[in-house]
Design a binder for this molecule. Structure first.
Ligand code: HEC
Length: 172
């Protein structure tokens, strides 16, 4: 707030929204919230250790891995039955891999250490550098977390149920 209040004031009429109906109808958000919004504090999985609970909070409430890694249903909401199991068509039309601990189609073969170092420098266990929006997520966000928080995210990802969902690109 202190920073915003320090900026020079600008007199400018707000522009009208440029989205067309029905997306401009605000009241429809009520239905959207009913379907896809869970109100209240983050609730960790019941068997979570303190570290896993911290990781789940970071993943779901702050870093939003699922906004890219969970596919969307026909209304554009997250398909919770495929939580973090990858999306063939990400925000930029790119393939977003399955990051559940499934051995065949997810990251079952990554260790927690692999995940922690991946989130700090974008290097994958096969020594490839990650690309696209994930590289941005690492550069601007995940690489700035504390090592403990990266470890908590890794522990959480390894604790969630593996989902077999083949969207992973084939290795070169
Ligand atoms: C803005 C979208 C976006 C967000 C947010 C995002 N990712 Fe990604 N992620 C991607 C994309 C796209 C790729 C594939 C990049 C490539 O092809 O090089 C990827 C790749 C990965 C991979 C490599 C998997 C593999 O098998 O190659 C891991 C692990 C990963 N992300 C974990 C995470 C975690 C953990 C979070 C949250 C802390 C997260 N991602 C948030 C888009 C995103």
């Amino acid at each position: 707030k202190a920073h915003l209040m320090s900026l020079a004031p600008v007199v400018l009429e707000n522009r009208p929204h440029d989205v067309s109906p029905p997306f401009s109808w605000r009241w429809l958000q009520w239905g959207w919230r009913l379907l896809f919004f869970d109100e209240g504090p983050y609730v960790p999985p019941s068997d979570a250790t303190e570290q896993v609970a911290r990781g789940g909070y970071l993943v779901d409430a702050l870093t939003h891995c699922g906004e890219c890694h969970t596919p969307r249903n026909f209304l554009g909401g997250s398909d919770k039955s495929l939580y973090l199991a990858g999306a063939a068509n990400g925000a930029e039309g790119e393939l977003v891999p399955n990051i559940t601990p499934d051995d065949a189609t997810g990251i079952g073969d990554w260790s927690e250490g692999d995940l922690v170092s991946f989130m700090s420098d974008g290097m994958m266990p096969n020594f490839d550098n990650v690309q696209g929006s994930m590289a941005e997520a690492i550069d601007h966000s995940l690489s700035k977390l504390t090592e403990e928080d990266r470890a908590a995210i890794a522990a959480y990802l390894k604790s969630i149920p593996p989902i077999e969902n083949k969207v992973k690109r084939s290795d070169p």
